[in-house]
Write a protein that binds this ligand. Structure first.
Ligand code: AHR
Length: 316
């Protein structure tokens, strides 16, 4: 039987390869960060390696494009769909359509908000709440005995699972430390340009000027890297005048840590391609797969970044 797999992105185009006997459809969210580029490349490269017939549609940051792509995958009769949902809500109707067409859906990277667990087969990605908790736990250690600080939070895309969960995880931990307060919180859309723009606004506030100990907590590294640019352009030394924490563990963040401009990054492994296609192949061969498959993430700071930078540069 010829099977098909779809990974979503707009305009649609197809890779045809010899080995795999199924077609998959995948619709990635679209370019927003170094992490996203690495994630999309990992899926594409692994598909090519395994000879998967992959239908790929870049959603260009719009949920409606992802929904349109899924409908197109259904119409094309793919065998399985991979979906990293841009935001958490609004998926039930189209996932129901895929279910009725008998096409299994694997959620990669981000989850959807639904009470109907039958609408997807499994989730593959990171535990974003744990990442937020790791960021806050690192901060607690960094603060030492004086647990007082003002946090300037760069939130990811509003309504996206990593934004919701990384905030929640961070707040879970600082809840026990009333001296650590989130004094500003604004979305930087997971992009460097928007992170810079939000930081430019933060440094003009009274909260920034009056703060005795500042923390910049970004829901991803790209926004923190944009914040560093904003601080430098304003004559602020990022490494000395704030504690900067990001999430993703991209090579540029490691470099910023080595350069003394950033302090810590929590890893969020984007290289999901191999695990993703392992799951797809199990499904295609009729095996039962787990409901959740988590990747393992680590914490990297100024103690280890220099030693690990060359290795990280080979990854993402
Ligand atoms: O969903 C994962 C997040 O999406 C990454 O942290 C971020 O960089 C992104 O683009």
């Amino acid at each position: 039987m010829k099977k098909a797999f779809v990974f979503m992105a707009a305009p649609l185009f197809a890779f045809t390869a010899a080995a795999a006997d199924y077609t998959g459809g995948v619709a990635p969210t679209g370019a927003e960060s170094m992490w996203r580029t690495a994630n999309t490349d990992s899926i594409k490269n692994e598909a090519a390696k395994r000879g998967v017939n992959l239908v790929f549609s870049d959603a260009q940051q719009k949920q409606e494009n992802q929904i349109r792509a899924i409908r197109s995958f259904i119409a094309q009769g793919v065998d399985i769909i991979g979906l990293p949902p841009i935001v958490s809500s609004g998926w039930e109707p189209v996932l129901q359509e895929a279910k009725e067409a008998g096409i299994p859906v694997i959620l990669t990277d981000r989850r959807v908000d639904t009470s109907d667990e039958s609408l997807f087969l499994t989730f593959l990605g990171s535990d974003f709440i744990a990442e937020g908790e790791m960021a806050a736990n690192w901060l607690l250690r960094e603060l030492g005995t004086d647990k007082n600080a003002d946090v300037f939070e760069l939130v990811g895309v509003v309504g996206a699972a990593p934004s919701i969960d990384r905030k929640k995880g961070f707040e879970n931990i600082i809840a026990n430390h009333p001296g650590i307060k989130i004094v500003k919180s604004q979305s930087g859309d997971f992009t460097r340009a928007k992170g810079k723009e939000v930081m430019e606004a933060f440094i003009k506030t009274q909260e920034w000027t009056n703060s005795k100990r500042r923390v910049v907590y970004g829901h991803n590294d790209d926004m923190v890297l944009g914040a560093i640019q904003a601080m430098e352009e304003a004559g602020i030394n990022p490494g000395k005048e704030a504690i900067l924490i990001g999430i993703d563990g991209v090579a540029d963040a490691f470099q910023a840590i080595v350069d003394g401009k950033m302090h810590c990054t929590i890893e969020c492994n984007p290289l999901l391609g191999p695990q993703f296609f392992d799951l797809v192949e199990e499904v295609m061969s009729g095996k039962t797969i787990p409901r959740e498959v988590f990747s393992i993430d680590g914490t990297y700071d100024y103690f280890c970044a220099a030693a690990l930078l060359p290795w990280r540069q080979t990854l993402y």
